[in-house]
Design a binder for this molecule. Structure first.
Ligand code: TYM
Length: 348
């Protein structure tokens, strides 16, 4: 990466919070704790919150056309069920605001090939046969930069795995501002990677991230799992034979124990130290049932509300339509300014 981002931001516009989740299937506990719960926490922070369903990003890998719309509604349902309020936050589908694709094209001409070549997520997702991956998967982080900068977002709450994409966004913003002689036009957005669960790990392997692409369903808790499934998965979660330690430092080298303690902390709005103050010295035989109970208690209302919303999607569609309109107003204004800076023709 270049060191353009070390330039202090000259941006003086208002604070705006923005994030998105891909419309590519089931949500899991990692998405909930690393993203959804964080969005809701930021909703009362005094800056507007924009959350969208990243359906343009979803199609960088194959999505069944007859399922994509339901997947989009499902993410929107998760936003609403987690506590995002369409009267206070702007909730919309990315593809309903064409400016995302428009700005992404311009950013494709700002970003350098060398920057994208360093993106680890493309390497992971394209696997051994990168020549068979879509071109969209390669330029995925450029579209993400467009998502963020269209709204001149200053803060982007995400899980730890999005850090590199945020660095690229800052590089694109800085290069655009320099190339087009527009200091402070785009902010250099800050990633907000906070809380005890920025990287929730698999329940089967403390070294692997909890992910929707893991072939083992036992590795993750889905937002659609019922109480019995959640309890069974936590009880079967891999652990070591030791009791829980008294201090956070002593979790070093115990990835599975650290993961379960972090999950507990995030669900209970506590720090890992507080969790260990209560459970230190106890074995997993005591800790796991307490964690399972807490997880069921936290997730059951969200799951139930998602089911209610999905059963009659009119409420979801109303929120998305309203959000799309609000988002488009801001996005179109940014694109008009960008086109001017780039030197495109416009109607006299
Ligand atoms: P996606 O859909 O893969 O994930 C959505 C959010 O969930 C977080 N997350 C996790 N957090 C903690 N532990 C985990 N195991 C875990 N797995 C996923 C992700 O970090 C993310 O915050 N590229 C984004 C979507 C996106 C976006 C954007 C985000 C598109 N444009 C603009 C922010 C701003 C993604 O892949 O999310």
């Amino acid at each position: 990466m270049t060191d353009l981002t070390s330039t202090p931001s000259a941006y003086t516009g208002p604070r705006r919070i923005l994030s998105g989740i891909q419309a590519s299937g089931a949500l899991h506990l990692g998405n909930y704790l690393g993203a959804l719960k964080r969005f809701v926490a930021l909703q009362g922070e005094g800056a507007p919150v924009f959350v969208f369903v990243a359906d343009l990003h979803a199609i960088t890998v194959w999505q069944e056309p007859d399922k994509l719309q339901a997947q989009t509604r499902e993410i929107a349902a998760a936003y609403l069920a987690s506590g995002l309020d369409p009267a206070r936050s702007v909730i919309f589908p990315q593809s309903a605001v064409p400016a995302h694709a428009e700005l992404a094209w311009i950013f494709n001409c700002v970003a350098r090939l060398g920057w994208l070549d360093r993106m680890t997520q493309f390497k992971e997702k394209s696997g051994k046969h990168k020549e068979r991956a879509s071109v969209g998967l390669y330029t995925y982080p450029v579209l993400q930069a467009a998502d963020i900068l269209l709204y001149k977002a200053t803060e982007v709450p995400v899980g730890d795995d999005q850090k590199q994409h945020l660095e690229l966004t800052r590089d694109i913003a800085a290069k655009f501002n320099t190339d087009f002689n527009a200091p402070g036009f785009f902010p250099l957005p800050e990633p907000v990677i906070q809380g005890p669960a920025t990287r929730v790990m698999s329940l089967r392997d403390g070294q692997a991230k909890m992910s929707k692409s893991d072939p083992s369903d036992q590795s993750r808790i889905n937002l659609t799992d019922d109480a019995d499934a959640i309890t069974a998965k936590i009880k079967k979660a891999r652990t070591d034979p030791e009791a829980l330690p008294e201090t956070v430092e002593a979790l070093e080298g115990r990835p599975e124990a650290r993961n379960l303690v972090s999950i507990y902390a995030a669900l209970a709005d506590q720090t890992p130290a507080e969790v260990l103050a209560r459970f230190g010295g106890q074995g997993f035989g005591a800790f796991k049932p307490a964690l399972a109970e807490l997880a069921v208690e936290a997730l059951a209302p969200v799951t139930a509300e998602m089911r209610r919303l999905m059963a009659d999607p009119a409420e979801i569609d109303r929120a998305l339509a309203r959000g799309a309109e609000q988002a488009a107003g801001i996005a179109e204004a940014t694109v008009a300014e960008v086109k001017d800076l780039v030197g495109f023709w416009h109607r006299p």
